[in-house]
Design a protein around this ligand. Sequence first.
Ligand code: GRG
Length: 295
Amino acid sequence: MSRTIPEQLAELKDFFEKEAESIFPFTLPQAPVLGEAMAYSYHAGGKRIRPILALAAAKALGKDPRLVVPAALAIEMIHTYSLIHDDLPAMDDDDFRRGRATSHKVYGEALAILAGDGLLTEAFHVAAAGMDNSISPSGKLRFIRELSRAAGIRGMVAGQVMDMEHPDTGDADFLEQLHVRKTGAMIQISCLVPAFLWEIPEKPWHSLRKYGEKIGLLFQVVDDILDETATLAQLGKTPGKDRKQHKITYPALYGRDGAAELADSLLHEALQALEDIPESELLAGIARFIAKRSH
Ligand code: GRG
């Protein structure tokens, strides 16, 4: 019997976990507690949406998903660092993440900062040294350049600063630019991993880019809605923080129904972008999962 899309996505996730473990097992004899703190957050039960996107995009382009695992792991390590740092008292000051006490609550602030630093830096080592020799040096370099663009001062870090400043302008363009950088950039690059590692035709390249852009925003709109509607047990982190911190969110800007309509139209546009990619059922399944997720 053929497996359902959610079953295939679950298999892809298990495949990623096993392969990633052999690339970076988190045992650091030189500083065991650092390895422990990095592993504590990395292995806290994240959904692994970004790695699954990279593997599904590889499949959609007819590439071996095994070959994108190091890049996918690098992205998930950077994502994990961003969560650790985002939760610090100097930033969002959160006690719970992924259903557990946050890193600084368990290891103290200094080690939490260093665990984040370790994950960020090691991600680039994994991306540079962990990739198969069949991938060209220029493909590896393209990916590493784009990873630093997505994670750094042109992407997530800039978005985080825009978020910290959160001027109460209620400006929809500002909100979109903030989220394109803070959340969207790392999601979009996950979709584009195989497009950077290999030369691919222009048409699927543009389709993946558009798909990545739309699901990146969709992810954030749903995140904002869940922040207002979901519980701590569902989210694994403290809900209702956006409103408390007077942040502009999609439900605040458009109302809950308006935000839900925006999510529907982003999902529609993401699915439309996949029309030129023949083997894109898994990517379509991920977009639907993001739209319907409850955590
Ligand atoms: C510290 C430079 C720096 C950036 C932080 C990730 C981030 C930027 C802030 C987190 C704040 C937040 C809730 C953003 C919304 C989108 C988001 C990244 C949610 C968490 O990602 P998931 O749902 O988490 O994929 P899991 O735990 O499943 O991996």
